[in-house]
Design a binder for this molecule. Sequence first.
Ligand SMILES: NC(=O)c1ccc[n+]([C@@H]2O[C@H](COP(=O)([O-])OP(=O)(O)OC[C@H]3O[C@@H](n4cnc5c(N)ncnc54)[C@H](OP(=O)(O)O)[C@@H]3O)[C@@H](O)[C@H]2O)c1
Length: 258
Amino acid sequence: MTTAQIFNLQGKVALVTGASSGLGARFAEVLAENGASVVLVARRAERLAALRAQIEKSGGKAIAVEADVRDRRAMANAFDAAEKNFGTVTILVNNAGVAHAGRAVELAEEEWRRILATNLDAVFFCAQEAARRMLAAKSGGSIVNIASVLGFGVDKGVIAYATAKAGVIQLTKALALELAFKGIRVNAIAPGWIVTELNRDYLQTERGAAIKREIPIGRFGEERDLDGPLLLLASDAGRFVTGATIVADGGQMVALRG
Ligand SMILES: NC(=O)c1ccc[n+]([C@@H]2O[C@H](COP(=O)([O-])OP(=O)(O)OC[C@H]3O[C@@H](n4cnc5c(N)ncnc54)[C@H](OP(=O)(O)O)[C@@H]3O)[C@@H](O)[C@H]2O)c1
């Protein structure tokens, strides 16, 4: 095996949540391009269908399953569909997420609960579902959780999001510890500012220009900037890496700390 081949995902089955746009869509493309069969999960079915068609056109394998990550039964169905079509899910990318803006004292209870339910609770329950099935199949596997630099540092107006992402980083370590001896690795990626639908308009404002000046690499991230970290954690290239969170932020956190 050459060193390039350690990133090969032939024979792996990957389930990507939030695959209908942004980073999740890109993650699904990258996994398929490197040989994995991919299960695309999100609520916007038409977007998933378009991505499935695109992956198949490029010679990859994919199915689309419309599901809300907060709905445990719907997610169990997604794992069932994966098994029926391709086999046990051996790579889970827990990517679905929602952002919010609003000061802590004004944050409504339902908004707090919506952000935590999607960005933290669902990450745990999807990982639990995946791990139970990997254990039953004795397949081993890799779980990749998408956190954020806001899981380490904070900003004003993002209390629920930052709290959830900090939880994702701790959850990653705790799960990694419990599952390592069974051959299941659990890691996270903490992106900085990556231009996607989530933030495109915001990053074009004056505040966006100010943020850009704080990024040592001198630009916002692009979706493809996470291809390498994802492939490392998903593939055998990362076989001795577990419980880790890879920060991919153009140096922003280092600058803030310095
Ligand atoms: N972009 C950044 O700068 C950045 C930085 C740090 C971390 N992140 C994290 O990266 C992840 C992806 O973000 P993005 O920038 O790609 O945002 P995005 O383009 O808005 O994508 C979010 C994805 O999550 C899905 N989603 C949201 N709620 C869901 C639910 N209840 N059930 C199923 N799917 C759901 C959406 O699909 P549907 O609406 O179709 O369900 C969509 O596919 C998130 O976890 C985000 O917090 C992003």
